[in-house]
Design a protein around this ligand. Structure first.
Ligand code: NCD
Length: 360
């Protein structure tokens, strides 16, 4: 990409002080890291969505699945998950299998030499010796960026994919959410002009922070942030949306938003970030939906959730055709496969196979 900058040419301190949009320019060169939502452009998102669909269709037939498994059979991926994960881990792992990558993993830092006093940086450098890509989830915000910066100063500068960092970023979840929105609204004009309501713990949910930014790349999207006051979206996110000229409303009145939304993005209370059980004192009962609310929603509306859910979506909603969270989860596998393939620059082979086999 023409405006890419080199991570090896900036000190960590100077890099760390940059605004998010400026940071994004450092992840677009080679290797292509995926670390923050602010690095994506709309054409890139659209390209990844198209690629995800091609991979999905090709994989349906045996010869297609066999072809996909050759694409990255010379590559190994390290899955380093220092925080709990089901969907993100399994979908990344499945995406790797689809493309023939071999995976190695550490899912608990207690099983790595960090317990012997090794620094996290040395641990990662060790991982990089055995892998061609690091897919990592870490409780410390910005740690994946630090890893990418650190590797840029070694002779094994392999790509780093952020699978969730602290309470700040979850760029690949935002990517699969965009894929889900684009697929769901394909027949009704796409994402442009739609209203998206984020509901629940918006203060600490990293998926919301990343997706809200990606929506600024579309035209005339309106966002509602629906939460109890104590769990409302951070000012830093609103400032970014203001700068991007996005229309939004901050409210605690879920009932008034329900009939207006084209997508409801439900989230759970992130009480693992509580200092002292404070979220147990907040009444969150009105930030949930059940079958009785379904009549109020638009016919074409979709209900999303990054999962895991608690009480914010009643199970009696699960079989409504507008409940999109199961498909959203599966979309994660396709979107992540597309991202991994394009990180290694091999997407052209999929285009050729797709055209040659007349899958259009
Ligand atoms: C989310 C996460 O880990 O941020 N889960 C996910 O990746 N699908 C949301 C959550 O934990 O609530």
């Amino acid at each position: 990409m023409d405006n890419a900058k080199k991570l090896s040419e900036i000190s960590w301190q100077d890099f760390n002080d940059l605004p998010l949009a400026e940071k994004g320019r450092y992840f677009r060169g080679q290797p292509q890291h995926t670390l923050i939502a602010q690095q994506f452009s709309r054409p890139q998102l659209e390209g990844l969505c198209t690629l995800a669909t091609k991979i999905r269709r090709i994989s349906k037939r045996r010869e297609g699945a066999n072809f996909l498994r050759t694409l990255l059979s010379d590559k190994r991926a390290m899955l380093y998950f220092a925080q709990p994960s089901s969907r993100t881990y399994l979908s990344f792992n499945s995406a790797c299998q689809l493309l023939g990558l071999t995976t190695i993993d550490v899912r608990d830092s207690k099983t790595s030499s960090e317990v012997k006093g090794e620094s996290p940086e040395d641990t990662i450098r060790t991982f990089s010796s055995y892998a061609d890509m690091i897919i990592m989830r870490h409780p410390v915000g910005g740690f994946a960026e630090r890893v990418a910066w650190m590797l840029s100063n070694t002779n094994r500068t392999i790509p780093v994919l952020n699978a969730g960092s602290g309470a700040d970023q979850h760029p690949t979840q935002a990517l699969l959410d965009i894929y889900t929105l684009a697929r769901s609204f394909e027949e009704i004009g796409g994402i442009d002009g739609k209203s998206v309501a984020f509901v629940g713990d918006l203060a600490r949910g990293r998926t919301v922070r990343s997706l809200a930014w990606l929506l600024t790349l579309y035209n005339d999207v309106k966002v509602y942030f629906v939460a109890p006051e104590q769990l409302q979206i951070g000012e830093d996110v609103l400032e970014l949306l203001d700068a991007a000229g996005m229309e939004y409303e901050v409210t605690s009145d879920f009932a008034s938003v329900m009939p207006k939304a084209d997508a409801l993005y439900m989230t759970r209370i992130q009480d693992e970030w509580d200092a002292d059980g404070e979220s147990t004192t907040i009444d969150t009962s009105s930030f949930s939906i059940n079958a009785e609310h379904m009549d109020v929603l638009k016919e074409t509306a979709i209900i999303m959730h990054p999962l895991p859910r608690r009480k914010e979506i009643s199970t009696d909603v699960d079989n409504d055709p507008r409940a999109m969270y199961w498909r959203q989860m599966r979309n994660g596998m396709w979107a992540r496969a597309a991202l991994i393939l394009s990180t290694f620059g091999r997407e052209d082979e999929v285009d050729t196979f797709y055209a040659d086999n007349e899958l259009e």
